[in-house]
Ligand binder design. Structure first.
Ligand code: C5P
Length: 403
C-alpha cells in the first residue's frame, strides 16, 4: 500500500509517544518510508535512538543544528514527504499549529510544509474539551488537516474520557485511507448545500432554523480533499469556508436554489442544508412597526422551491448521484425511505435529530444510508467521519458507474 510514499512523523510530548516506535514499525511494514522529527517534550517519552533504529533514518530534533541545516534544512525536510503526520499531537502543538507559531523544529516544519497534514491528538480529557482546544481543532479541520482519533478510555493521568491517542493500527489505517482517497474524485464536480436558510419577514426580521452547517461543510471538505471540484452553497452559518472549496454564500431558499442550478452540470449533488419549507408571502419593504395599540401582524406563508427535488429532476443536467438528508425524530428509516422516493434522489442519509441525540449543532451523528436496495446503519460517528465515509461511498459508486 505505502510503496514509494514518504511520511514525516512529528512526535510531540505526550505519554503516547511511547507508542511511536511501534507506529513507525507498522508504517514501514506497509511499505511507507518514515522519517521522524522529535520535539523536546517528545524526547522525554521516547528516545531518538529508538525512533532512529525503527525508521532507519536520522531523527531530527534541532532547529538550529548546523549539521541538519547544512545537510537538509527545515524547508526541505517539510517538503520531502507525501504526508506529515503528527502523533501524538498534544494540546500545545495543536495550539501552535492553529496560531502559526514556529518556535522549534517541529512547528517550523509544520508551518513551512505545503504537504497534507494529519494529526493524532492525545491529551487529558479536560484539555481536549477545553474551549481553546475545541477552537484550535476546528481551525485545523477547516484548513483541511486530517484528524485520527482521539479515542475514549482510561488515561495515564488516572482520568477516563476522550483524549487517548488512537491505536497505531488505526493510525496506519487512516494513513492508508488518506492515500487511497487522495485524488480519487479528480475530474469530478460536486455541489453541496449546507446550513439553514433565512426567509425575510421585513428588512430586519427573518424566519430561520438551528442548522449549524457542520455536516454540510464537512462533506464539502471531504469531497474537495478527494480531488472533486467542489462548490458549497451555504446559508448563514458560523462555519468558516473550508479550504479548497469554492463557497457561495446565500440567505434564502430561492437564492440557494438558483445558485445550485447555476452550478450544474455536476457529477455529485449533496443537499445537507436545512432549507426553510416556507417563506413569507409578502416580504415587507420597510420594517413592520409595532404601533401603539396595533394587533400583531399575521404572516402568510408560501412553499419554497425544493432544491433537492429540483436537482434530481434537472433533466440532462441531473448530477449522476443526488444525495439528500432526512432529519427525522421518529420512524427514521421508514420516513427517509419514503422521502427518497418522493424527492427522486439516489440516496438519503437519514439522521435522528430528536433532542436527546444532540445532533443539531453537536459534533456527532448517527445516520443510516438509504439507497434503492435498503438501509445501512452506521455507528455513532463525528460529523467529519460521516463526511469521510459518505465521500468514500460516493467515489466507489462513481467508479462502479464508470468502468
Ligand atoms: O423535505 P425535507 O426538508 O424533510 O427533506 C430534506 C432534504 O431535502 C434535505 O436533503 C434538504 O437539504 C432537502 N431540501 C431542499 N429544499 C427544500 C427542502 C428540503 O433541498 N426546500
Amino acid at each position: 500500500m505505502g510503496e514509494g510514499k514518504r511520511i514525516l512523523l512529528v512526535v510531540s510530548g505526550g505519554i503516547a509517544a511511547y507508542k511511536c516506535p511501534d507506529l513507525v514499525r507498522r508504517l514501514r511494514e506497509r511499505g511507507y518510508g518514515v522519517r521522524c522529527v522529535l520535539t523536546q517534550g517528545g524526547a522525554q517519552f521516547v528516545t531518538p535512538l529508538a525512533l532512529g533504529a525503527v525508521s532507519g533514518d536520522t531523527v531530527y530534533q534541532d532547529l538550529f543544528s548546523l549539521t541538519d541545516e547544512s545537510e537538509m534544512g527545515h524547508i526541505r525536510l517539510s517538503r520531502e514527504a507525501d504526508l506529515v503526520l503528527v502523533a501524538p499531537a498534544t494540546a500545545n502543538i495543536i495550539a501552535a499549529m492553529a496560531a502559526g507559531l514556529a518556535g522549534d523544529l517541529a512547528t517550523t516544519v509544520l508551518l513551512a510544509t505545503d504537504k497534507p497534514v494529519m494529526i493524532a491528538p492525545a491529551m487529558n480529557v479536560r484539555m481536549w474539551e477545553h474551549p481553546a482546544t475545541r477552537a484550535n481543532v476546528t481551525t485545523l479541520r477547516n484548513r483541511g488537516i486530517g484528524l485520527v482519533g482521539p479515542e475514549a478510555g482510561d488515561m495515564a493521568c488516572g482520568e477516563t474520557g476522550m483524549g487517548r491517542m488512537s491505536d497505531p493500527n488505526d493510525i496506519v489505517a487512516a494513513v492508508d485511507g488518506f492515500f487511497r482517497n487522495a485524488g480519487r474524485l479528480a475530474g469530478r464536480k460536486a455541489v453541496i448545500t449546507s446550513g439553514p436558510t433565512f426567509e425575510a419577514i421585513d428588512p430586519v426580521r427573518f424566519i430561520g432554523n438551528h442548522s449549524s452547517g457542520k455536516q454540510g461543510h464537512a462533506i464539502a471538505a471531504a469531497l474537495a480533499h478527494m480531488g472533486a471540484q467542489t462548490t458549497l452553497v451555504t446559508g448563514p452559518t458560523a462555519q468558516p469556508d473550508p479550504s479548497g472549496v469554492s463557497v457561495i454564500h446565500v440567505r434564502s431558499a430561492r437564492e440557494m436554489h438558483d445558485a445550485c442550478l447555476e452550478a450544474l452540470p455536476a457529477d455529485i449533488a449533496v443537499c445537507a442544508a436545512a432549507v426553510a419549507d416556507w417563506r413569507v408571502a409578502d416580504e415587507a419593504a420597510q420594517k413592520i412597526k409595532k404601533g401603539a395599540n396595533a394587533a400583531p401582524p399575521s404572516l402568510t406563508l408560501i412553499p419554497n422551491p425544493d432544491i433537492l427535488a429540483a436537482l434530481a429532476a434537472a433533466g440532462n443536467k441531473r448530477p449522476r448521484l443526488v444525495v439528500g438528508f432526512a432529519a427525522e425524530t421518529e420512524n427514521v428509516v421508514e420516513n427517509a425511505t419514503a422521502k427518497r422516493a418522493r424527492k427522486g434522489c439516489d440516496w438519503i442519509v437519514a439522521n435522528d435529530v430528536s433532542p436527546s441525540t444532540g445532533t443539531f449543532g453537536g459534533d456527532a451523528n448517527a445516520v443510516h444510508l438509504i439507497d434503492g436496495e435498503g438501509a445501512e446503519s452506521w455507528p455513532l460517528l463525528s460529523k467529519e467521519a460521516v463526511a469521510e465515509r459518505l465521500a468514500t461511498r460516493i467515489a466507489e459508486r462513481l467508479e462502479e458507474a464508470t468502468p
